[in-house]
Each structure stands twice: as C-alpha cells, then as structure tokens.
Design a protein around this ligand. Structure first.
Ligand code: BG6
Length: 544
C-alpha cells in the first residue's frame, strides 16, 4: 500500500495526504478536520514516497481493460505526480498498428474515458512516452522484437531495467507469454532490476486449474514477482476495513463471537451480463465473485490483526482465516447454499430480458447469476457466528456492503419496549455506492414514557474527503511499481479461495437444473435465499 494515496483527485495535490497503512508511521498523527473545513488535512507522517523508474509493458494493449482502466489510471497517477520521471509505456497486441496511430487512439481514449478534466501538459507527457509493438503473443519472434524495443526504451527513458508486465489479455495467453518472456531472459531480476508480472482474474476456474496456473507461473517466476489483482482491493472502502478495525481501539474488543450475532456480506448488481455472455455462461456468479471479491472482503473483516502491515504478514493472516472456513460436505452444500438465475423483470423502470435470452448465453443455460451461502469460521473468535454471503446480477439495487449485527442487550429493562423488540446494534460498512459507515443504536423517543427507537450515526466518505472518481486501479498500479504486494493475492490465498468454492460447484453440477432457483430481474433474488436466513431466525438487510 502506498504511503500517499494515489487515487485521490489529481487536482488536490496541495493537500498531500499520507496514507497510513504499510508505513512505519502508521501510528503517527494524521487528522482530518470536520466537513465544514472542506477536508483540510493535517498530516505529520513523513513522506518517504517511492517512485522507482519503470517501463510499463501492457500485453493486450488494444483491449477494453487497457482502454477503460489502465490508461485512465495511469493518467490519474501522472496528474497526481505518482509516476516517476523515468517512465515509459509499451503496448503489445496482435492488432497491426504503429506507435503514431496508437498514440492517436490513446489520446482519443483519454479524452473519452478520463475520470477527471484533462490537462493538456499531462496528457502530452504521457503520450510522449507511449509506444506500440504489434505481434502475436504465441509467436516467439514477437519476443525478439520486444527485447530490442525494451532495451532501446530502457536506455532512452532511464528506466533502470525495471519492467512491469501487465497481462491485460485472455487468461489463455498467460502461460505462453510468461514462458516466452522467461526464454528471452526478460524476467530475470539480476542487478537489482525489478521484473514483475500483473495478472487479472480469473485465476483458474476451479482448484485444480488454479494450482496448474500457479505452477506454470512459478516455473518461470518467483512468487514475489507475481501480482494477482483483485480490483476490489483497490477500492478505498475495502482498504478502509483494515484501517477501521486496526487503527481504532474501540472496535476490536467487540469484534468477536461474544458481541457479534452474525455478519452479512452483499455484492448486489443491477446490471445483467452485458457483452460478457461467453465468459459468464461458463463461469457463473459463484466463480466470478466468491473466491475472489467476496472472500477478500470476508478476510479483511474477519482476519486476526497482522503483526505488521507488510505483504507477508497481512497475507499470512488472510491465509489463516481462509483456511479456517469450514469446508462443506454435500449435505451442507444443500442446506447452506442457494443458486439463482434471473428471469425477465423490471430494473429501474425498464423491462429487461431473462438471462437465457442474453447475447452469447445458451437458451437452456443452467448457469447461476445469483448465489447466497452461509459460511462458518472455525476459530476462537468466530465459532458460532454465521457469515452470510450473497451476490447476484439484475438485483433490485446496486449495493456492496458489510453488515455486522451485534447481539441484543441482555436485559428487559424498558417496560414499553421489551428487549426482544429492541433493534440490535448494526454496523454497516458501505463499500459502494454512497461509501461510508453507519452505526445504529437505540435512543429514547422524546416523551413522558421511556420508549426506544433506532437511530443512526453516519459517516459519508464524500463529506470528508470529497469525491475522487478514481478507476480503482491507481493504488494497485502504484503498489506494483513500488513493489508492495500487500493488496495482491498470493498463490495460497487464491487456492484457499477455490477450496471453499470447489465442494459447492461439485454438488451444483451433479444436481443440474435442480440446483437453480429462478428470480425475477429487479428483485432481491430467489425466495430460497430468504429462507436460508429465516431458518436461523434472521433476515437479509434489503433496500426498497
Ligand atoms: C468483476 C466481475 O470482477 O467484478 C463482474 O467479473 C462484476 O461480473 C464486477 O460485474 C463488479 O465490480 P464492481 O467494481 O463494478 O463492483
């Protein structure tokens, strides 16, 4: 994690904020004024920022990820002075094009997709150091050309032999690209050169394919060179779960089975599968979202405090937590999981198609677009506390949040409001949208009788820190350049995620159509998901 926050507005550079995680200065005084002072920030932590020279190589330079996320994020990093002066970008792709035309294309893309108003000098600075190589990823000759271009650009821009390779390609190319880079000596780190590879999910489609991918990567690279991105960990609000838990003394003492009744993690989307039918109809909601995004959030919520904010300490704690999730036997899969698929319905007032009529989706598809489950964590801290997870497409509202429901007060003290009717304290960590945190508690309703009503203490990110419409990739790209892997998934974390999901996939596969419950688009999912909590006497926190 960076020491300054690169995803802040590039137009707020004068208010340099020191980012407390991952620094020795973690406990130093960093204080934010009230919202009325327009988020004036006093930071006493030292700067110590790292911007090592870097040659950024993108495989899949003509693709959507490069256009929509990487280039806008690099622009934001340049604008907020988080890129080194010794920096260049080399795009590699099969599409035949020269550097000049590539610059024209990227100039247009920046114009179209930047998350901030464009400043011409920054755009020109970036475009002046942008190059293109066309070549087939499977052809060894491409890597000969790449080797020549890299050494020329390295000399021209003083990037000290530090190459960062970003795999913005289909996963089917990962192995071949890495193998070819290895064969040309382009990933060797001698003489203190940093050679790093960034890969995007999916990291396999089940446990054994994830293990196979990891061993292919490790046949050429050291684990320390591999940065597996989960874009949820680039979200400020997800990172803030760690700050909230471990930079405040008051929450940790109640963060356990004695005080917490249960936890809900929801990642609800209103979008359907869009143009990704081919991928999604093979993957489904469980593979697409659970072993990665939902379990990463779960790990941040439930892991033990690491003894340092360094990559290995944090990832060791995550691994311990993931390993403590109780694996399900087939009977438990039947009792504790739900799979759903959206039919037709109305989303935000618009009639939408059923999943089976989406482009590139089979008309008889049995793929789930929704999943809910109850997970148990076997540990002293969490024994007996259910973790309810759900995610789905075409749901009623877009909301990603963590709900921590505390146990009710033990004593029936207020005659007019018996304890079994008092609303328990609920802490909601809203990851998106309306990023923030709220805590509900009981307060006396004014009047001669003692009656208790539920009220909220509310913190909204936007009120304190303004809107910083980042792409979510700024922090992650910055961290790879700085060599900080805290927010990236280590191979064991990935495999442990699949170990949780694999038994569920097996049972669902064997059940065929019996596994899938239909739900109308624009609702909160199949009724079976409500029944999952109802049998424990609980309810999902839904919004109208
Ligand atoms: C991706 C999934 O990883 O995350 C998509 O493949 C999903 O299916 C997306 O829509 C959700 O990300 P976000 O940032 O929009 O919540």
């Amino acid at each position: 994690m960076p020491q300054t926050n690169p995803s802040r507005s590039p137009h707020q550079q004068d208010e340099s904020v020191d980012w407390p995680i991952g620094t020795e200065e973690f406990s130093d005084h960093v204080e934010f004024n009230s919202r009325d002072d327009n988020a004036t920030i006093y930071a006493q932590a030292s700067q110590g920022q790292t911007r090592p020279p870097t040659l950024f190589v993108v495989f899949g330079a003509q693709g959507d990820l490069t256009k929509r996320k990487l280039i806008p994020a690099l622009y934001n990093l340049a604008a907020s002075h988080h890129l080194p002066q010794e920096f260049a970008i080399l795009g590699v792709d099969g599409v035949s094009m020269n550097t000049e035309d590539f610059r024209v294309k990227i100039r247009r893309d920046i114009q179209e997709l930047s998350t901030y108003p464009i400043e011409a000098t920054i755009k020109d600075w970036l475009l002046d150091r942008l190059y293109y190589l066309s070549g087939d990823f499977r052809d060894p000759q491409t890597y000969g050309h790449l080797q020549r271009m890299l050494s020329e650009l390295d000399a021209q821009y003083g990037t000290s032999g530090n190459y960062l390779y970003y795999m913005a390609t289909s996963p089917s190319f990962f192995g071949e690209i890495v193998h070819n880079l290895g064969a040309k000596g382009l990933v060797s780190q001698e003489k203190n050169r940093a050679r790093r590879i960034v890969i995007e999910k999916p990291f396999g489609h089940d446990l054994s394919s994830a293990q196979a991918l990891n061993s292919t990567l490790r046949s050429v690279l050291d684990e320390q060179q591999i940065y597996r991105i989960d874009h949820y960990l680039g979200k400020e609000t997800v990172q803030n779960i760690l700050v909230f838990r471990f930079a405040n003394g008051i929450f940790e003492p109640v963060w356990n089975r004695q005080y917490i009744d249960h936890v809900q993690i929801t990642v609800a989307e209103t979008l359907g599968v869009e143009h990704r039918g081919t991928y999604y109809d093979k993957a489904g909601a469980l593979r697409d979202m659970v072993p990665n995004h939902l379990l990463q959030i779960l790990a941040f919520v439930a892991m033990e405090p690491p003894n340092a904010f360094d990559p290995e300490a944090v990832r060791n704690e995550k691994a311990k937590l993931l390993r403590a999730i109780q694996p399900m036997n087939p009977m438990e899969v039947l009792q504790s999981t739900v799979a759903g698929q959206y039919g037709s319905g109305t989303c935000h007032g618009t009639q939408v198609l059923p999943y089976r009529s989406e482009v590139n989706v089979s008309a008889t598809s049995l793929r789930e677009t929704y999943t809910a489950m109850t997970l148990s964590i076997e540990s002293w801290r969490w024994e007996g506390v259910p973790f309810y997870l759900r995610t789905g497409k075409r749901l009623k509202q877009r909301v990603t949040e963590v709900v921590i429901q505390f146990k009710s007060a033990p004593l029936m003290l207020f005659r007019k409001t018996p304890v079994d009717r008092l609303t328990p304290n609920v802490l909601v960590i809203r990851i998106q949208p309306d990023e923030g945190i709220s805590l509900s508690f009981g307060a006396k309703i004014p009047g001669p009788q003692v009656q208790v009503g539920s009220v909220n203490m509310d913190f909204q990110y936007a009120d304190y820190f303004g809107d910083a419409p980042s792409t979510g990739y700024e922090t992650l790209l910055h961290d790879v350049m700085a060599g900080d892997a805290t927010l990236f998934q280590r191979s064991d974390n990935v495999e442990l995620g699949w170990s949780v999901v694999d038994p569920i996939l097996k049972v669902w596969d064997s059940l065929g159509s019996h596994a899938i419950h239909s739900y109308p688009a624009g609702t909160w999912g199949p009724p079976d998901a409500d029944a999952l909590l109802a049998k424990d006497g609980r309810m999902w926190r839904n919004y109208e």
